[in-house]
Design a protein around this ligand. Structure first.
Ligand code: AMP
Length: 470
């Protein structure tokens, strides 16, 4: 299954592009990167004044035709970092009625978001794009493909389906983008990705983005990139600096009351709350509704229409609280999220970084609040090792029903990670001296006992049926 053909030939750069013809006084910080006038106009109308670091470092190389290996979190402006120069390169040559750029994304939300951004950035260039993803009928997508888009943005499963049915041909692709490659791996799409790569011409430009670089992703990147420029805008798995993080140690049964308290606090304007399960997300919406807090849930069991309505309401401010599971949250691109609440801690510590990256986007500040119950202390330790910092304890909260949040004693310094410890270890949170509760985290008060099975029985998603997006 691993036979992605290693690429042995160098991509020949497209012809050099003429510099934007703007008067010096009007040259924006984007123009310095070599972007053309129509794109400068588009970014100006988006209100962007300064390129973000990933844009500064990526755009000139993509314009030159280089392959790029980008280690960048979501929220860093990476979509524009690849879409803007791709548009410029495609616009430099006549349309040929073929798909000339392919962008693969792990979820339908992210794919839709990239498509929307591509329309916005490319509106002055006359280039077209089509987005295809699963979970909706394919008829509209067939028709859109019939209109011969220049750029195709797709999730892997639906793309393969349509390729197999003969609706998509990738043999004219000049630029191939793999976005959020680590998510592709987590969601079990890596074999689909390999199959798609085999259908794309060997002679191409490839842009590869991933927030983290686990070994399987590093291996894939080395097979499909040629002499790439490496761009790392945030060191691997470090947390966005502008996010103020805190953790509440709280009994599981008090989490809901604490959430209400947190959401009612001053300054909470738009909050994204993460639960582990779809059922948990639905339940929370009902409970918040009873407390007169308007919320909506977004997860893989919701229809595309319901997800879009929830997202629209969240974007336009009608719904101030969005409850999401991890997979559904990929690709949510909403500005102005003031708070991210980890109602349940993620099973995979790297996921914490993705979650909190939803706030503090593009340079704004934001707050991330984690709830950690007695069973989640091993997970908290894992997260703190990944982000290489202790998450400060939140101030104690007296909950309305008189149940005080459990005692928060200061914790000892963070222990070193043991080399053999893996985040997916079945013993995590129970057996490891680091993950164990009593030695390095506050003790649980008697009110907090809970008879749930150990966390080790819960599984990390590793493929199988496609949860979303394909
Ligand atoms: P991304 O990381 O591509 O998901 O982008 C995160 C957010 O930053 C999106 O809402 C973009 O519209 C916004 N954005 C991207 N580039 C810039 C920029 N140079 N200045 C301000 N906002 C930006």
């Amino acid at each position: 299954m691993n036979q992605v053909v290693p690429r042995s030939t160098r991509v020949e750069p497209l012809p050099p592009l003429s510099p934007p013809s703007l008067e010096p006084a009007k040259v924006s910080a984007f123009a310095v990167l070599g972007l053309s006038a129509p794109l400068l106009k588009a970014v100006a109308s988006e209100g962007y004044e300064t390129p973000t670091p990933v844009q500064q470092r990526c755009i000139p190389h993509v314009l030159e035709g280089r392959d790029v290996l980008g280690c960048a979190q979501t929220g860093t402006g990476k979509t524009a970092a690849f879409v803007l120069p791709i548009l410029q390169r495609l616009a430099a040559q006549p349309k040929n009625g073929r798909i000339r750029a392919l962008v693969l994304a792990p979820t339908r939300e992210l794919a839709a978001q990239i498509s929307e951004r591509t329309w916005a950035y490319g509106k002055n260039l006359g280039l077209t794009n089509t987005v295809i993803y699963g979970g909706v009928g394919q008829r509209g997508q067939e028709e859109a493909l019939h209109r011969k888009p220049d750029i195709l943005i797709a999730t892997p499963g639906r793309l393969l389906d349509l390729m197999e049915q003969g609706y998509v041909k990738l043999d004219a692709v000049e630029i191939f983008v793999l976005d959020e490659a680590d998510r592709m791996l987590d969601m079990g799409f890596i074999h689909d990705v390999r199959r798609i790569v085999r259908e794309v011409p060997v002679k191409r430009q490839t842009l590869f983005f991933s927030a983290t670089m686990p070994p399987a992703i590093a291996e894939l990147s080395s097979r499909i990139l040629i002499n790439p420029v490496r761009i790392e805008v945030v060191p691997q798995a470090t947390t966005a600096e502008k996010i103020e993080q805190t953790v509440h140690h709280v009994a599981k049964r008090d989490k809901r009351a604490l959430l209400e308290h947190v959401l009612r606090a001053e300054g909470v304007h738009r909050a994204l709350v993460f639960t582990r399960t779809k059922h948990g997300a639905n339940k929370l919406v009902e409970q918040l509704d009873r407390a007169n807090i308007r919320a909506a849930a977004i997860h893989g069991n919701k229809s595309q229409g319901a997800r879009e309505r929830a997202l629209d309401g969240f974007k336009n401010g009608d719904i101030p609280v969005l409850i999401a599971t991890d997979i559904a949250a990929r690709g949510i691109d909403v500005d102005g999220i003031t708070h991210v609440v980890n109602y349940d801690l993620p099973e995979v510590p790297e996921q914490y970084v993705h979650r909190i990256g939803r706030t503090a986007r593009a340079g704004a500040g934001g707050r991330a609040i984690a709830f950690c119950d007695e069973e989640e202390r091993g997970l908290l330790s894992d997260i703190e090792r990944v982000i290489r910092q202790r998450i400060p304890l939140a101030e104690r909260v007296a909950l309305p029903q008189g149940v005080a949040q459990e005692v928060q004693r200061p914790r000892p310094p963070m222990p070193e990670r043991r080399p053999e410890q893996r985040s997916s270890s079945p013993e995590r949170g129970r057996g490891s001296p680091i993950g164990q509760g009593p030695s390095n985290v506050p003790s649980v008060n008697s009110a907090s006992t809970d008879a749930r099975p150990p966390r080790a029985r819960r599984r990390r998603y590793r493929g199988g049926s496609r949860p979303t997006g394909t």
